[in-house]
Design a protein around this ligand. Structure first.
Ligand SMILES: Nc1ncnc2c1ncn2[C@@H]1O[C@H](COP(=O)(O)OP(=O)(O)OP(=O)(O)O)[C@@H](O)[C@H]1O
Ligand SMILES: [Mg+2]
Length: 369
């Protein structure tokens, strides 16, 4: 098996570091504190949630619901119900009476998936029923004998629901009533999460502990990588590892992708130049994703994006050097463009510097300029 996973979570063996934040989350759960976890996309939030579940599986029932792409309370409920039936609550007896009762109580129709587990097809209800269904679901979780952790990943999506205000209020009431359930909300759109949890007039105001995940430490990541290559008796030079950690900015998914690619090679590159050749071919395969970018940006915005691709990390976008690279003349134009690229999530502020959010985009543009 390739030890560098590109999706999901396997076990601690294939999960690097995150010791401190894992400890903090577990401590919070054990002390009945609800948590909001945030961090850039593809940094490893979802994997971290499963890592925490792994550590708590003996004592807790754990439910994971990913609500990415849901647009209404009804879809939220469907994902939540799916999370519940796929959780370890029903794992012992695959299709118990308890489960049938639960599905009936929320008016769900379901199919049995290839894994032998049911998956919710539809929940029959009218709009007014949604809050009632939430009561049913949380009533069910609250009466279970063992404590429950409920992780709702991509929680910021609820901000996009049409009727989000009463829903936020309802969810807040539920979190307060359910003593048996610890809530772990997670997401990547910081301004939306911030609106939910840090706005004085909003129901969730300061109701959870805010924890962030950052990049994995260079040395920790390096040792993790070296360990897995050694186990497989593959000899990878330290210089190449350092180089990869640098060009991927240690943005977890991109680092994993580079290492996964390397690990899959029957003959490993010996030099950084050899690696770059291999990686270039890999990154160029992604051209289909980036073809339309110029049309989504103004000419000037795209010029600045290319400036970022040339520079990598940019501490001061108004420096003469970067203005020259990006072909922008006035500081006020640059200011405006940086603002809109941040808003469009094309660039991010990583430590003290700006860079392109998508590391493959950065490399793709650099290789094709
Ligand atoms: N600590 C880690 N060690 C090794 N691999 C990891 C670690 N954290 C995450 N990964 C891997 O990195 C990739 C991205 O992680 P994950 O999907 O958890 O990120 P995310 O922040 O939830 O992303 P998204 O915002 O797209 O949902 C996955 O392939 C995952 O297996
Ligand atoms: Mg995720």
């Amino acid at each position: 098996m390739n030890p560098f996973l590109l999706k999901g979570y396997h076990s601690p063996e294939y999960f690097c570091d995150r010791v401190e934040v894992t400890r903090k989350i577990i401590n919070a759960i054990e002390n009945n504190q609800d948590i909001t976890l945030y961090g850039f996309r593809r940094l490893g939030k979802s994997a971290l949630i499963h890592h925490v579940f792994h550590h708590l599986q003996k004592d807790y029932l754990s439910i994971y619901a990913d609500i990415w792409g849901t647009t209404s309370i009804e879809e939220f409920i469907k994902e939540l119900a799916n999370g519940i039936i796929k959780s370890n609550i029903f794992a012992k007896r695959k299709f118990s009476e308890k489960l049938a009762g639960f599905l009936k109580s929320i008016g769900a129709s379901f199919t049995i998936g290839v894994d032998g587990m049911p998956a919710i097809e539809m929940i029959y209800n009218d709009r007014n029923q949604a809050f009632h269904n939430l009561d049913e679901i949380f009533g069910f979780l609250n009466q279970l004998k063992e404590p429950v952790i409920l992780a709702v990943d991509e929680f910021q999506e609820i901000k996009k629901y049409e009727s989000n205000a009463p829903f936020e209020g309802k969810m807040r009431t539920i979190t307060q009533q359910c003593n048996n359930v610890s809530f772990l909300f997670s997401g990547s759109e910081f301004h939306l999460l911030n609106e939910i949890f840090s706005t004085y007039s909003k129901p969730f105001y300061q109701s959870t502990r805010m924890l962030s995940i950052d990049k994995i430490d260079h040395q920790e990541y390096k040792e993790f990588i070296q360990h897995h290559f050694q186990v497989a008796k593959k000899n990878l030079s330290e210089t190449i590892i350092d180089h990869i950690l640098e060009i991927t900015h240690r943005h977890t998914y991109y680092t994993q992708a580079a290492m996964n690619l390397l690990f899959s090679q029957s003959k490993l590159p010996k030099t950084v130049a050899e690696f770059d050749l291999l990686f270039k071919e890999f990154v160029l395969e992604k051209s289909v994703f980036y073809g339309e970018l110029p049309e989504q940006l103004t000419r000037q915005q795209f010029a600045v994006v290319k400036g970022f691709a040339k520079s990598g990390l940019v501490q001061n976008p108004n420096s003469a050097d970067f203005m020259e690279k990006a072909k922008i003349r006035s500081a006020s134009s640059m200011h405006r463009i940086i603002h809109s690229l941040l808003e469009k999530q094309i660039i991010i502020k990583d430590d003290n510097a700006y860079r392109l959010y998508d590391v493959f985009l950065e490399l793709f543009l650099r290789y094709t300029m």
